[in-house]
Design a protein around this ligand. Structure first.
Ligand SMILES: [Zn+2]
Length: 299
């Protein structure tokens, strides 16, 4: 049950879809997202922190303006499409032509249907499979699933408009994409780096807290020349922050394995975990991550 609550908190739409996705269940009040300018042709739509709930619109959205149109990385929670569109229209007259979904969750894919079937939707192939299980993409709505998928790497566009998509393995889900804008030296991590706290490893969508650190390690080895990192749900970060996060997840994994071997319960393991060693980090999600490691290794 705890897992379900956490999942619902994270995806927002998860719990709503069980209530037949009634719009009335959304927080009321005007839906406005904040916009941050990173470069002349790259913006981020924020309002992405899951707390407070009233202003939570879904994950950070990158808005990349190219000669041929606008590419969005992720598209926030259902019901926030107009707010996204309004902000995009405020910075460019070009149409949205492509959406990259970093992973399956409703706070990153919630407006594929709002932007319509004429927009090219791109995702890693496992994410498409995960999305096919969601109520939001069943029946008629299957046309809003990614039409274009890839396995390990995909390059879209060229020159200053180039976008590189990378997949390095299981972590938050089984299909997390890292998006790079090489000309701008910017990386969008999706929820492979959501916040400075333990990761949420969504095992129902193939996520793995056991694989998480090595997947991040492969990413750090495979992607170079980055100045700015757009994380899933936090303010802008640097590569140094991602390196610190990789170490945090690796430490948490080896600590969990050690405690499990010593016969400790998840509660005992959590009580003994010292988050103070990691400046700026919280431990609100540490217990769930330890639980995920225990569950995974018990199998
Ligand atoms: Zn997610």
């Amino acid at each position: 049950m705890k897992r379900f609550i956490l999942l619902s908190l994270l995806t927002g739409a998860g719990s709503l879809s069980l209530l037949a996705a009634q719009p009335a269940a959304q927080p009321s009040g005007p839906k406005v997202v904040d916009i941050l300018k990173l470069k002349d042709n790259l913006y981020v739509l924020t309002s992405s922190s899951p707390t407070p709930r009233e202003t939570f619109s879904g994950g950070n959205v990158a808005v990349f303006i190219t000669d041929g149109g606008v590419t969005l990385v992720d598209d926030k929670l259902a019901g926030w499409g107009q707010a996204v569109l309004d902000k995009v229209k405020g910075v460019t007259g070009k149409p949205i032509t492509r959406i990259i979904n970093t992973h399956t969750h409703g706070d990153h894919t919630g407006n594929n249907n709002f932007f319509g079937a004429n927009v090219e939707i791109v995702a890693q192939e496992n994410t498409k499979s995960n999305m096919e299980k969601m109520d939001a993409f069943k029946g008629e709505n299957a046309k809003f699933l990614p039409a274009r998928t890839y396995k390990d790497k995909l390059t879209l566009g060229s020159g200053k408009d180039r976008i590189d998509l990378y997949y390095f393995g299981n972590g938050h889900t089984s299909g997390d994409t890292f998006v790079v804008f090489p000309a701008l030296r910017v990386l969008h991590t999706g929820d492979m780096f959501a916040w400075k706290d333990a990761p949420f490893c969504d095992r129902s969508n193939g996520g793995s807290c056991v694989d998480f650190p090595s997947t991040l390690q492969k990413m750090l080895g495979g992607i170079k020349d980055i100045d700015t990192v757009i994380p899933g749900h936090s303010p802008m970060m640097t590569v140094k922050d991602v390196e610190g996060y990789q170490k945090f997840t690796a430490d948490l994994l080896s600590y969990s394995i050690d405690r499990m071997k010593a016969g400790k319960s998840v509660d005992e393991a959590f009580d003994g975990f010292k988050v103070d060693k990691y400046p700026g980090y919280k431990n609100e999600r540490v217990k769930a991550a330890i639980q995920a490691v225990y569950d995974e290794l018990k199998k």
